[in-house]
Structure formats: structure tokens, C-alpha cells
Design a protein around this ligand. Structure first.
Ligand SMILES: [Zn+2]
Length: 346
């Protein structure tokens, strides 16, 4: 048989290559921005949660655990977020899981500009325990519940994610009250103003952004509850933002977020606290706050005092909406052990 001309074979090769779908390399999934186009070429698993649908897809790479373990972890994380907000913050979100070296979740980021999305870097040697202990999936999903308020107010976005992540996981039954209060007592001092502090809007240090923002949320929660006979808090206020169409897919001025959130709770706590803390250090006496809330930590052991003046507020903060009060009245002691590194991601 006569041999085919080489140019003809070349044309066939070009035609086959062109017809094949583009295959994205692993590196194309860890670019600075969310790789929406690459994500949409991946096979995705649909996970239904209260008020939302998640599309979960894996970037190329190998994992020791089966994919189903990671899907379950995403579903459990989304459940905690849905319990806090009453529903998942957005009707639909892409969840991209990228296998990387190591074990545990080594990074995460939330995106909103072309549709709500979360990307998580998952160590290929991750174990079930790593997934149980992970906080980053919940943290990133909470970012989806706040409109983009601009880089100057990153402390609000990160502070809410740090604060609500802890509260939501207690309300979901995934963490104990002693665990998160013990960590707040240990870590919240990192959010206090240092010398030359210019307030939350003008001091973009790591401590002021993550823990200064979380302290702002805790102070707001306590103040809301003081002024509403312990009936409204940050939970009701942030649900009001979602109910008004606010989420990460929107750009809102921070004043609009606070105005709507305050209205939902019925008292202008966020706006007043923002005026106080935006451009001046506004130091907080954390020792007095923990004492009034009835929390003490000695040698890593957390003890609650239910006779403390704000102990009812402390219990209400972690009480799941609709839960019977009796099931959450807890006192006594719990061992506090380390819960990994403080958040360092968006
Ligand atoms: Zn974050």
C-alpha cells in the first residue's frame, strides 16, 4: 500500500488534537484568580445544602483518601455555615479542591466576581482526622456571606470569617463551647492595638486584620445582646444582610452592610462600634470581658462561671437557633488543646 504523505498525517494529527477537549494541568488551578473556565471542564459532584447547591470538583492530582471523604467534609462544612445563616449564603457555589503536597488543608480562598467560588488546597496525604480538625472550608464559605467591602475593610471580612467559623461549628455540634472560648482567650490578644495603631481601617497588620476583626465582631455581638434583652446578635444582623441580597457576588460600601445589619437587629451597634474603632486604637480590656462573660482559662483548662453578669449572653452566642435552652446550658471544665495555626489565608 502506498504510504500516506507526511503532510496528510500531520493534518490528521492536528485535527485530532483540536477536537480533543483542552486538558488543564494542575498548575492552572492554583493561579491568583479562580480558574472558572478550567473548573467548568472538570467533572463535578452536586452537593445539596439548605438553601444552596454546591458543585464540587477535583483538580488533577492524587489523594490517599477517597474523593467521597472530601465530599463529606465539604458537605459537613457547608451544613455548619447553613445553620448559622439559616441557609447557605449563595444559591450556587463552585468548590474547587486542588491536591497538593503534604497533609491537611494548606490554603483556601473565596471568590465572588464571576460567581461564588471557594478553592481549597488539600494535602494528598490528608487523613480523616485532618478533615475533622479543618477550619478553612467553613472559613472560606463564610466569606461568601459578606459583600465585597474593599481592601481597606479586609478586617471585617476576615474578622467575621474567624469569629463566625468558631460559633457556627459549635452551633452545628462540631466543636465544644469550651474549645472556642478557650481559643478566643488565647488568640484574641493578637487583635489588640499596638503602639502607633491608627484604627482598624488604617492598620492592615495580620493581627489587626484577623483577630482585630474578630474582636470587633465579638464586641458587637455582646453589645447587640445587651441592648436587645439578649434576643438579637451578629447572627440576626448578618442574616439581614443576606436577606437584602448581600453576598460576596456584590460590591457594597461598608456603611451599607452595617446599616442593613443594624436594621435587622433593631439597634445601631455596628455603625457605632465602627465609628469608634475605624480610625483610632480603641483598646479593649479583654480580661474584664472574659470575666464578665464567665470564662477563665488556667493551665489550658477552660472553666465557665454561670453566675457571671454576661454568662447568659455567652451561652446565647453559641446556641443554635431554635435549640432548646436546656440542651446548651453547660458548665464545668474542658481540656483545651491546640487547634493548629491561626488563620493566615483569605
Ligand atoms: Zn479569610
Amino acid at each position: 500500500m502506498k504510504r500516506l504523505p507526511s503532510w496528510f498525517l500531520f493534518m490528521i494529527a492536528v485535527a485530532i488534537f483540536s477536537a480533543a477537549p483542552k486538558v488543564y494541568a494542575q498548575s492552572e488551578f492554583i493561579t491568583r484568580h479562580m480558574p472558572y473556565d478550567a473548573f467548568d471542564k472538570l467533572p463535578a459532584t452536586i452537593v445539596k445544602v439548605e438553601g444552596g447547591t454546591l458543585l464540587v470538583a477535583f483538580a488533577p492530582g492524587t489523594l490517599t483518601l477517597p474523593n467521597t471523604s472530601f465530599i463529606s467534609w465539604i458537605a459537613k462544612s457547608a451544613r455548619a455555615v447553613s445553620i448559622y445563616y439559616g441557609r447557605f449564603p449563595v444559591p450556587s457555589a463552585r468548590i474547587l479542591l486542588v491536591p497538593v503536597e503534604g497533609k491537611g488543608v494548606s490554603g483556601g480562598k473565596a471568590f465572588g466576581y464571576k460567581g461564588a467560588a471557594v478553592r481549597l488546597l488539600i494535602g494528598r496525604d490528608s487523613t480523616e482526622t485532618d478533615l475533622v480538625e479543618d477550619w478553612q472550608a467553613v472559613h472560606e464559605m463564610i466569606h461568601l456571606a459578606l459583600p465585597e467591602v474593599g481592601d481597606q475593610h479586609l478586617w471585617l471580612s476576615e474578622g467575621l470569617a474567624v469569629y463566625v467559623e468558631s460559633i457556627a461549628r459549635v452551633q452545628a455540634g462540631d466543636l465544644t463551647e469550651a474549645k472556642i472560648w478557650g481559643e478566643f482567650v488565647r488568640d484574641m490578644p493578637q487583635g489588640l492595638p499596638e503602639a502607633a495603631d491608627k484604627g482598624l481601617d488604617h492598620t492592615p497588620s495580620w493581627g489587626r486584620t484577623y483577630w482585630g476583626g474578630a474582636l470587633f465582631c465579638l464586641l458587637a455581638d455582646v453589645e447587640f445582646r445587651k441592648r436587645t434583652a439578649n434576643s438579637k446578635g451578629v447572627q440576626e444582623a448578618t442574616r439581614g444582610v443576606l436577606a437584602s441580597g448581600g453576598n460576596m457576588e456584590r460590591d457594597w460600601p461598608i456603611e451599607q452592610v452595617f446599616y442593613i445589619a443594624d436594621n435587622a437587629a433593631g439597634v445601631p451597634v455596628l455603625m457605632e462600634l465602627y465609628e469608634k474603632m475605624r480610625a483610632s486604637p480603641a483598646p479593649t480590656d479583654l480580661g474584664a470581658l472574659w470575666r464578665d462573660l464567665g470564662i477563665s482559662v488556667r493551665d489550658g483548662v477552660v472553666t465557665f462561671d454561670d453566675e457571671a453578669p454576661l454568662s447568659g449572653i455567652r451561652r446565647a452566642i453559641t446556641q443554635a437557633p431554635g435549640a432548646a435552652k436546656s440542651s446548651l446550658t453547660s458548665s464545668g471544665t474542658t481540656e483545651l488543646n491546640g487547634r493548629g495555626e491561626a488563620p493566615a489565608q483569605h
